[in-house]
Design a protein around this ligand. Structure first.
Ligand SMILES: [Zn+2]
Length: 127
């Protein structure tokens, strides 16, 4: 688990530090995840292959999803798990739920005050 320092800003408020936690996947982990999720879908295709009528739709669907999911997991290098800090507008602690497609800069509403918080990755300190 890697911590990513972020800067959170709201309109007309001073910026605040936020922290995101990110899971990094090496090559082996990406293959494991890709083959694992594709395998589950292939198992679904195998099981539904013996169900009359349903198999006409279910088997091709499971096969397509197996390829799409497997390739997307194989290409995914990291996954944001959580984003936390205190809201620049209302000072309350904020815990945001990123999804697999979340990239920075990212704007999300504060769950408390509804103010939009813009999150930007902090630049690495020059050595
Ligand atoms: Zn707020």
């Amino acid at each position: 688990m890697q911590e990513v320092p972020l800067t959170a800003s709201c309109y007309n408020k001073p910026a605040r530090p936020f922290t995101a936690r990110r899971l990094e996947f090496d090559r082996a982990a990406r293959w494991r995840r890709g083959l694992g999720s594709a395998g589950k879908m292939l198992a679904g295709a195998l099981v539904t292959a013996f169900v009359p009528v349903v198999h006409f739709v279910a088997v091709p669907s499971f096969l397509v999803v197996a390829v799409v999911l497997g390739v997307s997991r194989l290409k995914q290098e990291s996954l944001l798990v959580s984003i936390e800090g205190s809201c620049p507008a209302c000072d309350k602690p904020v815990s945001l739920s990123p999804n697999a497609k979340t990239r920075f800069p990212w704007t999300a509403p504060c769950p408390d005050c509804g103010e939009f918080i813009k999150l930007v990755e902090q630049e690495a300190e020059p050595a």
